[in-house]
Write a protein of this length. Structure first.
Ligand code: FE2
Ligand code: FE2
Length: 286
């Protein structure tokens, strides 16, 4: 396992910019995007985690929040699906400069569901590079700031998650073959009292992701994002909630592809420590 520093972040704010639910005048959409504002060692940093499927609602939501992306350090893409990467072109056009884009080497690999529909990143690498994207694509964790690290590829060890909750395909030698979406990676922010873990769609399995995050950076305090339990059976949902408790997760923030059944199960277990995500909400971790 690659060594990461034991750095920590002092304060974190997560602004929800894209999600299926929205509060007030904010715009919802299918997809995820979070703005992270971090205070580390007396300096402030901004990072973006995913871009939603469309940039226009994200731009609208940013201005309604009174936020902008000046000084944005990097964007992290959780995986190649269009609902997480579709806003990237608009983001680069708005920034009009160079931006590190951190993700996995499979980012541009075709990905399909059947009946045939392309659900991968809707751009070519060159067109994004021409707009200023500087790709840093790694299977291993990437430490963006001391205490802020991507998980990279997540080992799939949980028996509970031996089957993926989505079947997708890619092309190999002109054939459609199953694609295990090894590009699915998450972002960890280490803080006193445990890490905050941000996930996109959790195709690697949310239990696998939390377990690996724990191995990489110690206890996980909160998990936020899409858990991809839509269509999961009772047993898997119950087992997931139990595994969260066993792994010491204290707060749960879900939305996107988590599914109502799983959200209800988490709410029942976590009470006021469970929150359903909504665009426009800001979560502060001191
Ligand atoms: Fe998604
Ligand atoms: Fe996805």
């Amino acid at each position: 396992m690659p060594a990461i520093s034991m750095g920590k972040v002092d304060e974190l704010e997560v602004h929800v910019l894209a999600e299926e639910h929205a509060s007030g005048m904010f715009w919802a959409q299918h997809g995820i995007s979070f703005l992270l504002k971090l205070d580390a060692g007396g300096r402030e940093y901004k990072l973006l985690f995913d871009t939603g499927n469309s940039w226009e609602p994200v731009r609208h939501n940013l201005s309604l929040l009174g936020e902008d992306l000046s000084g944005l350090k990097a964007v992290v893409l959780s995986h190649r699906h269009y609902d997480h990467t579709g806003g990237l072109r608009g983001l680069l056009e708005d920034l009009n400069g160079s931006l590190p884009v951190i993700s996995h080497p499979d980012l541009f690999r075709p990905n399909f569901v059947l009946p045939l529909r392309d659900i991968g990143i809707p751009y070519r690498r060159e067109e994004l590079e021409n707009l200023g994207a500087r790709f840093l694509l790694s299977r291993d964790p990437v430490e963006i700031l001391p205490g802020v690290v991507t998980t990279g590829e997540v080992p799939r060890t949980s028996e509970l998650e031996s089957r993926m909750t989505i079947e997708t395909y890619t092309l190999r030698d002109g054939r459609l073959v199953r694609d295990p979406l090894m590009d699915d990676n998450s972002l960890l922010v280490r803080m006193d009292g445990g890490s905050i873990l941000l996930t996109g769609c959790s195709h690697a399995g949310i239990v696998n992701i939390v377990r690996y995050a724990h191995e990489l950076a110690g206890p996980v305090r909160a998990v936020m994002g899409g858990f991809h339990l839509l269509g999961a059976g009772e047993e898997r949902i119950r087992g997931t909630v139990r595994a969260f408790r066993e792994m010491g997760v204290r707060e749960v923030y879900t939305g996107h592809c988590t599914g109502l059944k799983a959200e209800c199960a988490f709410m029942k277990e976590y009470g006021s420590d469970f929150k359903q995500l909504a665009v426009g909400r800001v979560y502060r971790f001191p």
